[in-house]
Design a protein around this ligand. Structure first.
Ligand code: NAI
Ligand code: BGC
Length: 273
């Protein structure tokens, strides 16, 4: 993607909140936004050093960023996150609803706590952050010199919004919910010039799925699920998110951009069926 439109950085003058930006996809996304000229609010659950590293990387490249700790599943902490963003940068133009976790278990052994935790962070967290962002978009109103849209939300979904995943019922249910939350918000707020889209990554090399790539045998097995025959890197996802948040995608609303090397293409059917 060209980094500039009409000679200025793609996301210049825009403020983005990236949840879960101290690691993995969120970190790479925050750094990419900084590189495209956005002011970045780096949210994370805990571990100040990792969040500082994200902020430091953005600043080293000439960008602006702050870190704000906060649990996306807690209403008061989400309110605080958006208040801090407004204090620092005046408003918010873009939300990347990225924070997410796995707590895997065979279904018959899954505890209510494991179910609730994953739904709370992955789905309720996206509800709370999207609501706070939309309230701010509506309060601020249009700024056509900054962006064609009043606000943009990019939901971090997963191929598991569509691919059932045995042993991960809580996670798959949360991402299925993210897909319909995304589509519903896009339908509800399109006429207010707010765009809501999702990115659905396949297997991306981050701490969330370390077991799938850290040894050769697991990685080899993973490759049977990926027609493009490589694991994704966080940067593969980050640029897709930036595009969806930019005016380059102004007519894209309520869709999911799949970034998965072809994982959703039923790879088991190659030479089979
Ligand atoms: P990660 O484990 O590297 O990063 C997760 C981030 O979320 C961390 O910054 C952590 O501090 C934050 N976080 C966790 N709980 C939080 C909470 N309650 N409040 C605020 N922040 C919280 O994971 P990764 O892989 O970067 O995942 C990011 C998103 O991408 C998740 O929504 C995940 O479901 C999704 N995803 C990841 C894929 C992968 O293969 N890595 C594939 C498809 C989707
Ligand atoms: C999960 C990863 C998994 C990937 C592909 C993601 O949503 O968080 O653990 O590797 O989907 O199955």
């Amino acid at each position: 993607m060209a980094g500039k439109t009409e000679g200025k950085p793609l996301l210049e003058g825009q403020v983005v909140v990236v949840t879960g930006a101290s690691s993995g996809i969120g970190r790479a996304t925050a750094v990419a936004f900084g590189g495209h000229g956005a002011k970045v609010v780096v949210n994370y659950l805990s571990g100040d050093e990792a969040a500082d590293a994200t902020v430091g990387e953005i600043e080293a490249a000439g960008g602006e960023a702050i870190r704000v700790a906060g649990d996306v599943s807690r209403e008061d902490q989400v309110e605080r996150l958006f208040a801090k963003a407004a204090d620092a940068f005046g408003t918010v133009h873009i939300l990347v609803n990225n924070a997410g976790i796995q707590q895997d278990a065979p279904f018959e052994k899954m505890t209510l706590d494991q179910w609730r935790k994953v739904i709370d962070v992955n789905l309720t967290g996206q509800f709370l952050c999207a609501r706070a962002a939309i309230r701010e978009f509506l309060r601020r109103g249009p700024q056509p010199e900054v962006s064609k849209a009043v606000g943009k939300i990019v939901s971090m979904s997963s191929v598991h919004q569509a691919i059932p995943w045995a042993g991960h019922a809580n996670y798959a249910a949360s991402k299925g919910g993210v897909m319909l939350l995304t589509e519903t918000l896009a339908q509800e707020f399109g006429h207010r010039k707010i765009r809501v889209n999702a990115v659905a990554p396949g297997a991306i090399r981050t701490p969330i799925n370390r077991g799938a790539w850290e040894d050769e045998e697991s990685l080899k097995e993973l490759m049977t699920l990926i027609p493009y025959r490589r694991i994704g890197e966080p940067a593969d996802v980050a640029e897709a998110v930036c595009w969806l948040a930019s005016d380059l995608s102004d007519y894209v609303n309520g869709t999911t951009l799949v970034v998965d090397g072809g994982m959703m293409l039923y790879p088991g059917f190659r030479g089979n069926g």
